[in-house]
Design a protein around this ligand. Structure first.
Ligand code: B16
Ligand code: MG
Length: 209
């Protein structure tokens, strides 16, 4: 029986894809490294340093330079995040969260992003969840299930009692590895191991009776 839903943040609750793109593009342009939207799509759900490795593919830099590049990208990204407003989260998402709560379902965030709390506070959802687990809590990024296991622990549920909603392949892999019920939205719908595929978040209400 499903008693909890753990949501990935970026690509599920809202999308900051374009901000990631702009921030990586600015760095890549400065370094004279080609970067386009196709490459940006490969960064979805991937941690910041793993994303940087993809951005720098074919180029060699020291660890020190790479840490500085990641910080530079994040500074640009955070400036863009400051333009977020509650309108970035659509009504279908807000209504679904409210309905799940009124059905007694525990809801949590399980995101790789170290900017999770900034994003949630900008869109007015910082206090909307029973628990938040994010990039600041974990040693191992998705496809490791660590972030979802911490989220489940914080809402006091077993993985098998929780749905994980993900838009990234690595996130579905993480959900499967942790023993959660994997629900795909967006690009992740192409993942063979998704148990359910949804188009909009309110489709969850048919899965969680
Ligand atoms: P940050 P999610 C992920 O968030 C993004 O999908 C991914 O593009 C990003 O690189 C990652 O967070 C790390 O984000 O640089 O803010 O720590 O989809 O797991 O909510
Ligand atoms: Mg995501």
């Amino acid at each position: 029986m499903i008693r909890g839903v753990i949501f990935d943040l970026d690509g599920v609750i809202l999308s900051t894809d374009d901000f990631h793109y702009q921030a990586w593009k600015k760095l890549a342009d400065r370094l004279k490294i080609p970067f386009d939207r196709e490459k940006n799509n490969r960064l979805r759900g991937v941690s910041r340093m793993a994303s940087l490795d993809i951005v720098l593919e074919g180029y060699t830099f020291s660890e020190e330079e790479k840490l500085a590049f990641a910080e530079e990208k994040n500074n640009t990204y955070r400036v863009l995040l400051n333009t977020l407003t509650p309108e970035f989260v659509n009504n279908d998402v807000r209504d679904t969260l409210d309905e799940l709560k009124s059905r007694g379902i525990k809801i949590a965030i399980g995101s790789s992003s170290k900017n999770t709390k900034l994003i949630l506070s900008r869109v007015g959802l910082l206090n909307a969840f029973n628990a938040i687990a994010d990039g600041t809590d974990i040693k191992n990024s998705k496809p490791d299930p660590e972030v979802f296991l911490i989220a489940a622990q914080r809402i006091g549920l077993e993985p098998k009692e929780c749905i994980v909603v993900e838009d990234a392949f690595a996130g579905i892999d993480a959900a499967v590895a942790g023993g959660f019920v994997p629900v795909a939205i967006g690009d992740a719908c192409a993942h063979k191991k998704a148990k359910y595929r949804i188009t909009v978040l309110s489709d969850l209400l048919k899965i969680v009776e």
